[in-house]
Design a protein around this ligand. Sequence first.
Ligand code: URA
Length: 240
Amino acid sequence: MRLDRALSNSGCGTRNDVRTLIKKRKVTVNGIIVTDPSVHVEKTDAIEIEGSDTKLKDKLYFIFDKPDEVLTAMDDKRYKNIGDFIPPELKNLKLSPVGRLDYHTTGLLIITNDGELSHRITSPKYEIPKVYTVTYEGKALTQEEIEEAEKGVTLNDTDKPVKLRPCKIDVVSDDTVDITLYEGKTHEVRRLISHFGKQVLTLRRVKIADITLPEDSISGTFYEMSEEQIVAIRKVTGLI
Ligand code: URA
């Protein structure tokens, strides 16, 4: 692949940014300064930008700490959306969110251009656990209610009954639980809580498989996934 495209696909900058770096003699391939952006490179080539090792990547993986009142979409005319937070050098790389969080749900979203990984994380077939911390209004969930939810309840809040798969509920306090889901039906947590006559006050996704946000995460921030996190999520979804 051409050097400029390979670098920009790897998240190193827009095509224009990387061409400028190349023209300014800031890029070396196998130790040699390259000034032609169209030169052919392979993944095995040793590339440095301004003296720093730069790996060519086929796919990009990020995690995003979604704020409240943000639409899980890359573009929208009316509402604030994820596209508004994406750094300019990562635009036009076909990145998309893996699954959806409601407008008022906060927390962990994986953003990638790896379509197969995205499919496997969201498909109920792969049963990838997603953990949500929920605070709710109303009486504390009883042990019986928790057991019922953990066996899998049937929701009757639409025309057709909807059978939910068993989930796992860990009580944090009288008004807070961690719920682990292995599927992702529309508004599943909110509907499950409302099945028991309570209303969700706050909902935050805290974990997908073993992926979490940094402890001191700042809402609205994009984080590059570490190599270990990428390997872990690809392993758990059976891609490696
Ligand atoms: N369940 C919900 O109800 N909303 C979300 O955003 C995610 C899971």
